[in-house]
Design a protein around this ligand. Structure first.
Ligand SMILES: [Zn+2]
Ligand SMILES: [Zn+2]
Ligand SMILES: [Zn+2]
Length: 324
């Protein structure tokens, strides 16, 4: 493979280098074609290969079929039309010869998927505190950053009130809010939360940051990254900045000690052979739920509480995250 056409492996901060394979449409503009050159795969890359089933799809469409994973063994240009093609060792042990670039997409060497999407963080109406369902539309103050979010009902309540901007100021403790600048947004307007890519500097495999436990966002480009396979089998070691400490380094508390000891004892009694299980309480947050009058206990709302705490407008609780 032509090294100039490879993804920029030495520049982890270049977002181009982290992008998974993009297949240009047949009528793609020159710009896209140049871009696609950078996505040429190298030998050793994990790929997903499309195997069409049924009728030939119309040009530019993927058509039916399935995706199977493999590893690029050789990357070269076809003699007839100069197209980028690959010999690929499939996961089932069969080798596919001269697979066209357009049938391949780069996948993560750890999870074998291309895009790793995260569930977007939950969103709440800042007036009634109700969770805004992902598929509902909602209203958000204008501007690039966004900001105050309101559910549909609260937005129309405020808009219909005699002094909407005063209500907004009271809600947000800011005076510059104008109800007329709010924009109705839908799920598709929410930013997509997807993982970035990083390449191993030894075997050149690409993986998602979370899959490779990569935390080098702020490290210099000279700081090399090695995948766990190269660390285990090729004697490579990560720089101190990139080393992820083991979970057993996290501080213990009474609850985690108790859980961990009991679980280890139980596993031993069941004769389960495994390395020591670590349990830690990683967050411990005191929080308060607020009630709107309609939801207040005793007023027919959906939440029923014992009579001792009726009449409260807030309900305190503690939330813990415990990981094993
Ligand atoms: Zn992955
Ligand atoms: Zn609301
Ligand atoms: Zn590696």
């Amino acid at each position: 493979a032509d090294p100039a056409a490879a993804p920029p492996r030495d520049n982890k901060k270049d977002p181009k280098g982290r992008r998974p394979l993009v297949t240009p449409a047949p009528e793609a503009a020159q710009e896209t074609m140049i871009q696609a050159e950078h996505d040429v795969l190298e030998s050793g890359f994990c790929v997903s290969v499309h195997f069409a089933t049924g009728r030939r799809p119309p040009p530019g469409e993927e058509g039916r079929g399935d995706w199977r994973s493999g590893i690029v063994m050789r990357a070269y240009k076809a003699q007839v039309n100069d197209e980028q093609i690959y010999d690929i060792m499939m996961a089932d042990g069969k080798e596919e010869k001269a697979v066209n670039h357009s049938r391949c997409r780069m996948v993560c060497y750890v999870c074998l998927s291309d895009k790793r999407a995260f569930r977007p963080p939950p969103m709440f109406c800042e007036k009634c505190f109700a969770a805004i369902h992902q598929r509902w539309s909602y209203w958000e103050e204008g501007g690039d950053e966004g900001g105050l979010k309101l559910c549909k009902r609260c937005f129309s309540d405020i808009k219909g009130a005699p002094n909407p901007n005063k209500m907004l100021a009271d809600l947000a403790h800011r005076t510059n809010l104008q109800i007329d600048t709010f924009i109705e947004k839908k799920e598709k307007d929410r930013p997509e939360y997807v993982d970035s890519w990083v390449q191993c500097d030894e075997c050149h495999s690409w993986m998602h940051w979370t899959c490779g436990l990569y935390k080098g966002e702020d490290t210099s480009d000279e700081c090399l990254f090695f995948c766990d396979n190269c660390r285990l089998t090729r004697g490579k070691a990560l720089a101190a900045e990139l080393t992820v400490p083991p979970s057993s380094d996290l501080p213990e508390d009474v609850l985690s000690k108790r859980l961990q000891n009991n679980l280890r004892k139980e596993l031993k009694e069941l004769s389960v052979q495994c390395s020591a299980v670590t349990i830690r309480v990683v967050s411990n947050v005191d929080s308060v739920t607020k009630f709107e009058p309609a939801q207040q206990p005793g007023s027919g709302g959906p939440i029923k509480l014992s009579s001792a705490i009726t009449g409260l407008k807030t309900f305190p609780y503690r939330s813990k995250c415990i990981l094993a």
